[in-house]
Design a protein around this ligand. Structure first.
Ligand code: SAM
Ligand code: DTB
Ligand code: SF4
Length: 328
C-alpha cells in the first residue's frame, strides 16, 4: 500500500464561479472603494498606463436579417444607413495598412450577417490571411459560427473572434428575438474549441437593470475560460431603432461596470468600446482608472462616429498613456 508521503496530490484548478450576490456586492461598494480595488487588480496583471488599440472596419454593411434593437444595420428598422456588399479585398487591405500606420495592433472586421454563408466565407478567409501578413492581429465579427467555420477561420490565421452576449440572459429577449442566448454561447464555444481567442462583451444603457449588467458580467466571467477581450459598449442611440429614446445610463454606473469587469476578469483586456465619442475626457480617464485597457481606435466604429484619432492621441498625451505595441 502506498504510504501517505508517496501519494501525489494534484491541486485541482477550479476557478471561482461568481454568484449574482457576490457581483452585486461589488456594484454596491462605495464608488471610491470599487475604483481602488479595480485599479489594484489591474496593476497586478497589467502594466498601468498602457492601452491596446483595435481598429474597426465594416466589411459588409446593413440589410442584416437580425432584429437587434440597438443596431443601425438591422434590416428591420429604417435607420437611413447606406448598405454595402462585401468589400473587395484591396479596399480592406488599404484600411488595414492605414491602421498599421496609425499605431493600431489589431484590425477587427465586422459584417452585418446573421452568420457567414459558405459562398462568402472563402473571401473572408483570404482577407484574414492578407491582413495578418501586414503584421496586425486579426479579429472578425461575422455573426453565428458553425464549428467547421470556426476551424476554417482559425486555420486562415484569425487571432480573435468577436461575438457579444450583449446583455443578461434575462433581458435578452427584450433586445433580440431572431436568435437565442444559447445560440450565442454555442458560437463562443465553437470559437474556443477552434483555438481562437474569444472577444465577448456587451452593451449597457439599453434600459436594463443593474441585475442585468451583473448577469452579463457574471456569465462572461464564469465561462469555462473567460474571454481574452471584453468590449463594454455604451449604447449609441440610433434614430429609427426601438432604443432611440431609451433613458441615459448614469455615467458612474457605466464606470462601475468597467471596474467590476476588471475585478471579475483580471487577466482579460477590458475594452472601452462604443459610446466614447459622447464621453468627455474625464469620464474616459475614470474608465481607464477602473481598469479599461483597450479602445477602438479610428475615426469611425462600424457605421457611427468614434472619438477621433487626433483627440485620442491628445488625451493619451495628457494622461501619460502609451499605446501598446504589437509584441508588448
Ligand atoms: N453581425 C454580427 C453580430 O451581431 O454578431 C457582427 C457585427 S455587430 C454590429 C457587433 C456588435 O456591435 C454587437 O453585438 C453589439 O454589441 C455592437 N453594437 C451594434 N450596434 C451598437 C450600438 N448602437 N451601440 C453600441 N454597440 C453596438
Ligand atoms: C463591439 O463590441 N463593438 C464594436 C465591435 N464589437 C464590432 C461595434 C460597435 C458598433 C457601434 C455602432 C456602429 O458603429 O454601427
Ligand atoms: Fe445584424 Fe449584428 Fe446588427 Fe444584430 S448586431 S442586427 S446581427 S449586424
Amino acid at each position: 500500500m502506498a504510504s501517505v508521503e508517496s501519494v501525489q496530490y494534484v491541486e485541482p484548478i477550479i476557478r471561482h464561479q461568481w454568484s449574482q450576490r457576490e457581483v452585486a456586492e461589488l456594484f454596491e461598494m462605495p464608488f471610491m472603494d470599487l475604483m481602488f480595488q479595480a485599479q489594484q487588480v489591474h496593476r497586478e496583471h497589467f502594466e498601468p498606463n498602457r492601452v491596446q488599440l483595435s481598429t474597426l472596419i465594416s466589411i459588409k454593411t446593413g440589410a442584416c436579417p437580425e432584429d437587434c434593437a440597438y443596431c443601425p444595420q438591422s434590416g428591420h428598422y429604417d435607420t437611413e444607413l447606406e448598405k454595402e456588399k462585401l468589400l473587395p479585398i484591396p479596399e480592406i487591405l488599404e484600411a488595414a495598412q492605414a491602421a498599421v500606420d496609425s499605431g493600431a495592433t489589431r484590425f477587427c472586421m465586422g459584417a452585418a450577417w446573421r452568420n457567414p454563408s459558405d459562398r462568402e466565407l472563402p473571401q473572408v478567409l483570404a482577407t484574414v490571411k492578407a491582413v495578418k501578413e501586414l503584421g496586425l492581429e486579426t479579429c472578425a465579427t461575422l455573426g453565428m459560427l458553425k464549428p467547421e467555420q470556426a476551424h476554417q477561420l482559425a486555420e486562415a490565421g484569425l487571432d480573435y473572434y468577436n461575438h457579444n452576449l450583449d446583455t443578461s440572459e434575462n433581458y435578452y429577449d427584450q433586445i433580440i428575438t431572431t436568435r437565442t442566448y444559447q445560440d450565442r454561447l454555442d458560437t463562443l464555444e465553437a470559437v474556443r474549441d477552434a483555438g481562437m481567442n474569444v472577444c465577448a462583451g456587451g452593451i449597457v444603457g439599453m434600459g436594463e437593470e443593474e441585475s442585468d449588467r451583473i448577469g452579463l458580467l457574471r456569465t462572461l466571467a464564469n465561462l469555462p475560460k473567460p474571454p481574452e477581450s471584453v468590449p463594454i459598449n455604451m449604447l449609441v442611440k440610433i434614430p429609427g431603432t426601438p432604443l432611440e429614446d431609451v433613458a441615459d445610463l448614469d455615467e458612474f454606473d457605466f464606470i462601475r461596470t468597467i471596474a467590476v469587469a476588471r475585478i471579475l476578469m483580471p487577466q482579460s483586456y477590458v475594452r472601452l468600446s462604443a459610446g466614447r465619442d459622447e464621453m468627455n475626457d474625464q469620464m474616459q480617464a475614470l474608465c481607464f482608472m477602473a481598469g479599461a485597457n483597450s479602445i477602438f481606435y479610428g475615426d469611425e466604429l462600424l457605421t457611427t462616429d468614434n472619438a477621433s484619432c487626433k483627440h485620442d492621441r491628445e488625451l493619451f498625451d495628457r494622461l501619460g498613456i502609451q499605446p501598446e505595441s504589437v509584441q508588448a
